[in-house]
Design a protein around this ligand. Structure first.
Ligand code: DGJ
Length: 778
């Protein structure tokens, strides 16, 4: 809700309020951002400070020093010594800028300027400011009521007599009272994305971000600030993100008065944007949320926003298919026969989509050649894409394809024809990444070529899904198309969005999945065009629990591609149980990425049962509300829960780290259930291979057998044990407040069928269903 009056501007979402005041000094003061206050309650917030503090510089005689104000836009060189969101060189070279409030407006939408943004805001506010020389600044606030999100962006227009150059132009600055916060970022590297990193604030500036040309795996644009003492379900937490896919930065600055300034936007190192008179520049949109219900409350807001206001509406409620991808099963070494053999097994086991990954075109038999040449390799696929797609369709599955449109190998026909299309700085041999160069999509002719060639490929066969990859950081920043090379990073991303509009938006029924060597560009900008993302090349279940937990702070699991792969795992050489790999992947968008033909008979039976279980609970898993019950960033093990929005059902995944004998086994406590309701809770039944027991087999069976012998191996093919069968009826209050006492873990003694047989990285899944009879606590 938007309420404007007497310089006091109130933005309210369901549970939050953002109160602005423009009534003194003509500047936007943020009087409150946090929990919702009554619409008539804001007046006592009006500022009382009029005198400056000792040593302060006063920008307008008799008025408060800027350093004591909490400002959404800071005049430059006028006494606010915190880092400003906007820094511009005005005609003549001065950077001093004294903005004054002009007017406020209500709009239907804020300007997008060719960038993705939150869809369907409830309300939009624009605040206009002007600087005496003619620089005009508009601050936009979009309100998303149910998501408890307010987005911000800024547009700067040159109404001066001469040219202006933007030196820094962030999406927002937000001043919070106090400094009693901890900063949480998602940091990492290739195959180790979205690791939760915590830092307490101290006086000074903490600057973080990613300058590799993509939103990046080093520091994701999502971060949050938690008031000291806040935890998973309690305490005050502010969440922040950008709807942007390129280099970005954020900073948190604690000033001498112990106030905290948060700002975020385009990476400013090397940034420089010329504005001729009359020209404007619009920043990417930033996403702000607040919750007093801890990390979980903040995550629920972000998840709601992504599900309802970011991903393409076509996919909001559309169930995503169980896919099989050939990459880790074959890498570049495949032909049609091999792919169809894999597809046949996949179809029998219940998969719905077969995805052909890298290596299907040109001379692409390794990562050294072929990128850029999307003509089918007929040696591998004699029937072309349409032939293969037709055969996959005949098996009852959809067909999907991998592409990497932004890149080129030197060893390719495209590069030989257009060597000047690669990003190169004059006189410097360009750096390569994975043997490839970056296509200069700042140039319109390059964009046109890519749009036409990718669309021609997509039209050449019955393709229902596309994996859009991007496998290197950007370097050698230069484009002959630009007036100022400080425009390079952002122009690349504007070029990328034009490609995505020309390809993804033009084919709304194709399911696009983003990928950038895994999660190197997992952000709201990409999710605006592609509802899902391959969030890491690391498919090891144990690592994935950390990666998926980290990502879940800002992004809902319905955006995360998660695959079951072979063991030893190709990234970590770790061996985890097939069921654990499945339980981990099923909390995202389930896929299998292994050679299906290599699965044993019993593994095929397991996979078939897994896919059936996933399909039975797909709606809950893909569209339910995801919660973290136990974080691998805080303790060994991991526990996740997903609840249906109506509270009638839930699924819990419980993951062990290393097995510890005779460890304390506290009851399993859940959360987010109706304390008054009665639930049935049942463990997912699984099979255990008898080889798991090694020499112990002789204590279980009446006859003596060699554990490595043929008999055990042969018997193991036909006989497998059932895991414990646990099924209870319990109240929500018991499950959440006391916890479920489960069967004891096997700890080296006393075999019986009322034990749970766990091992390193073992896991269990529990399905909960609310029983019809209302529970009455006695
Ligand atoms: C990197 C991706 O993350 C992988 O999943 C795979 O598609 C390869 N690229 C193919 O080159």
């Amino acid at each position: 809700m938007l309420n404007i009056g007497e310089g006091l501007i109130q933005l309210h979402t369901r549970d939050t309020s953002y109160i602005l005041y423009t009534g003194r000094q003509g500047l936007p003061e943020c009087l409150h951002y946090g929990g919702r206050i009554g619409v008539d309650d804001a007046a006592p917030l009006l500022p009382k400070v009029e005198a400056g503090y000792g040593g302060d510089v006063v920008c307008r005689d008799g008025q408060a020093a800027l350093s004591s104000l909490r400002l959404d836009l800071s005049p430059v060189n006028r006494g606010d010594y915190r880092a400003p969101a906007l820094l511009a060189e005005l005609p003549g070279g001065a950077t001093t800028a004294d903005y004054r409030f002009q007017t406020s407006r209500q709009l239907k939408e804020a300007p997008a300027a060719g960038m993705p943004h939150g869809r369907e805001p409830d309300e939009v506010l624009a605040l206009d400011f002007a600087e005496p020389g003619g620089l005009q600044v508009e601050l936009f606030y979009s309100v998303f009521c149910e998501a408890n999100v307010i987005t911000r962006r800024m547009r700067v227009t040159n109404r001066c007599a001469g040219p202006v150059r933007l030196l820094r132009c962030l999406s927002y600055q937000l001043d919070l009272p106090g400094r009693d916060y901890e900063l949480y970022n998602l940091t990492g590297a290739w195959a180790r994305e979205t690791q939760l990193t915590r830092r307490p604030l101290a006086p000074g500036i903490l600057r973080f971000g990613n300058g590799t040309g993509a939103s990046g795996n080093r520091v994701n644009p999502f971060f949050f600030l938690a008031r000291r003492g806040a935890g998973e379900t309690t305490g005050e937490v502010y969440g922040f993100n950008l709807v942007y896919s390129g280099s970005h930065e954020g900073s948190v600055e604690v000033d001498g008065f112990c106030r905290t300034r948060v700002s975020q936007g385009l990476w400013s190192e090397g940034f420089s944007w010329p504005l001729a008179p009359g020209q404007s520049f619009t920043t990417p949109e930033a996403v702000l949320t607040f919750s007093d219900k801890g990390f979980d409350g903040m995550s629920q807001n972000m998840h709601h926003f992504v599900k309802n206001h970011i991903i393409p509406p076509r996919w909001r409620n559309a169930p995503r298919p169980v896919l099989v991808n050939n990459w880790e099963g074959t890498y570049f070494n495949f032909n049609e026969g091999k792919l169809l053999a894999m597809a046949r097994v996949a179809a029998k086991l219940g998969a719905e989509l077969f995805v052909l990954d890298d290596g299907w075109f040109g001379e692409r038999n390794s990562d050294k050649a072929g990128l850029g040449d999307y003509d089918v390799n007929r040696k591998k696929l004699p029937g072309g894409l349409s032939g293969l797609a037709g055969r996959v369709n005949a098996l009852g599955m959809d067909f999907g394809l991998w592409v990497e449109p932004e890149m080129v190998n030197r060893d390719s026909k495209l590069y030989r024809a257009h060597p000047d299309w690669a990003v190169v700085s004059p006189g410097v041999t360009p750096a390569t990444g994975r043997h490839q160069l970056v296509l200069d999509i700042c140039r319109p002719e390059v964009r046109e070529y890519i749009i036409n060639s990718v669309n021609a490929t997509l039209d050449s066969a019955n393709i229902s899904y596309v994996k859009w990859d991007m496998n290197r950081h950007i370097s050698d920043n230069y484009s002959p198309a630009l007036e100022d090379q400080g425009q390079f990073h952002h122009s690349y991303i504007l070029g990328l969005y034009e490609l995505l509009r020309g390809i993804c938006e033009a084919r709304p029924d194709i399911l696009f999945e983003g990928c950038a060597s895994g999660g190197n560009r997992y952000d709201l900008g990409m999710l605006y065009y592609m509802p899902q993302f391959w969030i890491s090349d690391d498919s090891d279940a144990h690592e994935r629990q950390r990666i998926q937990t980290g990502a879940s702070y800002g992004y809902p699991p319905c955006t995360m591609g998660c695959h079951v792969s072979a063991v030893p795992n190709h990234q970590t050489l770790r061996v985890t149980a097939l069921e654990t790999r499945f339980h981990t992947a099923m909390f995202g968008l389930l896929g299998y990425e292994l050679d299906m033909t290599a699965l044993t008979r019993s593994q095929r039976a397991d996979v078939k049962a897994q896919i059936a279980y996933y399909k039975a609970h797909r709606k809950l898993l893909q569209f339910g509300e995801f919660h973290r019950l136990k974080s691998p960033f805080e303790e060994a093990g991991c526990r996740w829960m997903v609840c249906s929005p109506d509270g009638d059902e839930a699924l819990v995944g419980d993951f062990l780290g290393l097995m510890v004998p005779n460890a304390d086994e506290p009851p399993m406590r859940l959360a987010h259930l109706d304390p008054e309701a009665l639930y049935e809770i049942a463990v997912r039944p699984m099979k255990i291979d008898i080889e798991t027991f090694g020499g112990l087999i002789n204590y279980i069976l009446p006859v003596h057998l060699n554990p490595d012998g043929l008999l055990v191996r042969t018997a193991g093919k036909f006989y497998r044990m059932d895991t414990e069968a646990e099924r209870y009826t319990a109240s929500g209050s018991l499950l959440c407040r006391a916890g479920l006492a489960r069967m004891q873990n096997f700890s080296g003694a006393g075999y019986s069928d009322s034990l749970r047989f766990l091992h390193d990285f073992a896991s269990r899944a529990y399905y909960l269903r609310r029983l019809d009879d209302p529970y009455t606590a006695t």
